[in-house]
Write a protein that binds this ligand. Structure first.
Ligand SMILES: [Mn+2]
Length: 283
């Protein structure tokens, strides 16, 4: 089988890479629409078709130092084993001083990277872009559900900044008041959001943060949401003004015959990588 690489560009060696794409085709815990396990492959395939010139940055991204590693799993023994495997892969990439980019898969997979960084960097910020809070203690009997994706890092002391929320359980609203700042959709006040973030941040993007007219291909769509250019403006600002230790993009669940969602997801990852590598990073 020919190896698929993100953007289909000439790939650096693993040693030379500055970022590593970690595809994780896994969705056993999705509550309504399954199919996010097909997300990573669809995003990587769509990425091979998009132009690498970025008009906003005024440069070609064909020399981005990104390496695409083999997909992880899915590990069938238990959701916990799956999260451990993702965490181990993220640790390996981070310890090699590269930026891990996890492509899901359902949002439970964010447990691995967010838990890892919450333990490594006390008080790390998590910029969480999502329609949902993902802060339940457990869901359908499991602590490793997509509904608990942010809970583990939050309980480990991470500072959560959530943007795009528009569906939430009352318990979470009442219980999670400390170390948590919320910007409900459709507001994306970029300077305020950046100001709420500490110096080092991990960015977790649930594709359902975008309006479902842009992304109907997701397991738990919610009306409303934020728009494309607001999302880009926020990502560009955090790339410039904060130290981004890694990011993920979750919950793209491709609809056969409808390709704009995977092109949007592929472009989103490309844009963020461009912001991180092709412009001066502040600290
Ligand atoms: Mn969501």
């Amino acid at each position: 089988m020919i190896k698929q690489t993100f953007l289909d560009i000439a790939e650096p060696s693993y040693e030379q890479a500055g970022a590593v794409i970690i595809p994780v085709p896994y969705d056993v815990m999705a509550s309504y629409g399954t199919g996010a396990r097909f997300g990573p492959d669809a995003i990587i395939r769509a990425s091979s078709q998009i132009e690498t010139y970025d008009e906003e940055l005024g440069r070609d991204l064909e020399d981005l130092p990104i390496f695409t590693r083999e997909p992880i799993g899915p590990i069938k023994s238990s959701p916990e084993a799956m999260m451990d495997a993702v965490e181990a892969a993220v640790r390996e990439v981070d310890e090699a001083r590269k930026i891990p980019v996890v492509l899901g898969g359902d949002h439970s997979l964010s447990i691995g990277p967010t838990r890892y960084f919450a333990k490594k960097i006390p008080g790390v910020g998590i910029l969480h872009l999502d329609a949902h809070t993902d802060l339940r203690h457990e869901w359908e009997g499991s602590r490793f559900s997509h509904a608990c994706g942010m809970r583990h890092a939050y309980d480990l002391g991470a500072q959560l900044v959530q943007v795009g929320l528009r569906s939430m359980p009352k318990e979470v609203v009442e219980e999670c008041r400390e170390r948590r700042t919320v910007f409900h959709a459709p507001r994306v006040p970029v300077p305020e959001i950046v100001a709420a973030l500490p110096g080092s941040i991990y960015v977790s993007i649930d594709i359902d943060v975008l309006d479902p007219s842009l992304i109907p291909a997701t397991g738990t769509p919610e009306p409303g949401g934020i728009g494309w250019y607001d999302l880009l403006a926020l990502l560009r600002a955090v790339a410039r003004e904060r130290s981004v230790v890694g990011f993920d993009l979750m919950e793209l669940s491709p609809i056969p015959g409808m390709v704009h969602p995977e092109f949007t997801a592929a472009r989103l990852v490309t844009k963020f990588l461009g912001y991180l590598f092709a412009q001066e990073r502040g600290r």
